[in-house]
Design a protein. Structure first.
Length: 66
């Protein structure tokens, strides 16, 4: 799992110690494309976003006769 920490400071007049926000909070990212995503899925031993999982699937369009 890729986790990085981002600053959550909103420059409160009291400073971050008093506003109740954590200054640094974790952001989870896809193991393959590194995109931030609210939902990650375990796929083939990795934690991936839905777009990366779809790229792994061998999709074939089916055309039906008229």
């Amino acid at each position: 799992m890729i986790v990085r920490y981002e600053n959550n400071c909103v420059f409160c007049s009291n400073g971050c110690r008093h506003c109740g926000r954590d200054k640094d909070y974790p952001v989870h990212a896809c193991n393959r494309c590194r995109a931030d995503d609210e939902k990650l899925y375990k796929w083939d031993g990795e934690e991936l976003c839905l777009d990366c999982i779809i790229e792994d699937l061998d999709l074939e369009e089916i055309e039906y006769g008229e």
